[in-house]
Design a protein around this ligand. Structure first.
Ligand code: CAA
Length: 244
């Protein structure tokens, strides 16, 4: 039977590429989305491209909703073997202008969510002796970014979670890793004002935005059997914008 991969927030630019590549690699792919109605066009487009995905509406900031999500996925397709914590938002503002609403929104969506979702699946992976947890962080969790105290804090926090959980489940055949993409050509990056974005691109040695497929390829590798010796890592994939 095909292994099951769950990608949270799988309908964005990076998420969609992950769903397709994991399906190509033989996984049964399920995803979550937050806004009801969004799934209709996305599932139709996927179908047209030859992919059959399952999509579940779930607010990943809501612990009880994540409990219900896990029960539903398990009933529909079986236990989850690969979890990609990909759901995330930005609410950019300099700290001077940042209000509590936008601090809380980013911390809840980008950081609290990885507790809420991972909690539902990691024990099952450990019991079965195989699993993959992949947390999608950001270059800005590694280097900080003007206007992103909320986002940088949440994204840096994700890797702390990765390193701690990786140690707890390593003996059980479960790996936990962080991927830190740089600026990728997605709606999230295109929402950055054009002049600011162009300045950022001029600071990327590869001289362009990354492609979602370039991120998805790394996730496909981490999801494979051959990646069993890689755990607790933070993999930078940013066109050379930040090296450390
Ligand atoms: N470094 C230093 N100073 C900066 C600066 C920077 N990077 N950006 C702005 N400033 C300065 C301005 O020059 C201005 O200075 P003066 O007051 O002396 O003229 C001052 O800061 C303006 O501050 P404001 O708070 O008024 O800024 P603003 O409201 O105009 O907008 C911003 C600030 C929202 C942060 C805007 O610059 C912005 O959107 N920046 C991009 C942030 C970013 O990179 N976000 C990434 C989104 S994509 C993503 O997150 C995906 C991923 O993982 C990579």
């Amino acid at each position: 039977m095909a292994k099951v991969a769950l990608i949270t927030g799988g309908m964005g630019g990076i998420g969609t590429a992950i769903c397709k590549q994991l399906a190509d690699a033989g996984f049964s792919v399920v995803t979550t989305y937050s806004k009801p109605g969004r799934e209709v066009q996305w599932l139709a487009d996927a179908k047209e491209a030859g992919y059959t995905f399952r999509a579940y509406q779930c607010d990943v900031t809501d612990y009880d909703a994540c409990v219900a999500l896990a029960a539903q996925i398990t009933a529909d397709v079986g236990p989850v073997d690969v979890l990609v914590n990909n759901a995330g938002i930005t609410r950019d503002a300099s700290f001077k202008k940042l209000d509590k609403v936008n601090w809380d929104a980013v911390i809840k969506t980008n950081l609290d969510s990885i507790f809420n979702v991972t909690k539902q699946f990691v024990d099952g992976m450990a019991d079965r002796g195989w699993g993959r947890v992949i947390n999608i962080s950001s270059i800005n969790g590694q280097k900080g970014q003007f206007g992103q105290t909320n986002y940088s804090a949440a994204k840096a926090g994700m890797h702390g979670f990765t390193m701690a959980l990786a140690q707890e489940v390593a003996k059980k055949g479960v790996t936990v890793n962080t991927i830190s993409p740089g600026y990728i050509a997605t709606d999230m990056v295109m929402a950055v004002p054009e002049d600011v974005r162009n300045k950022i691109i001029s600071g990327i040695p590869v001289s362009r935005l990354g492609k979602p497929e370039e991120i998805a390829a790394l996730i496909t590798y981490l999801s494979s059997d051959l990646a069993g010796f890689m755990t607790g890592a933070n993999l930078a994939i940013n066109g050379g914008q930040h090296m450390h």
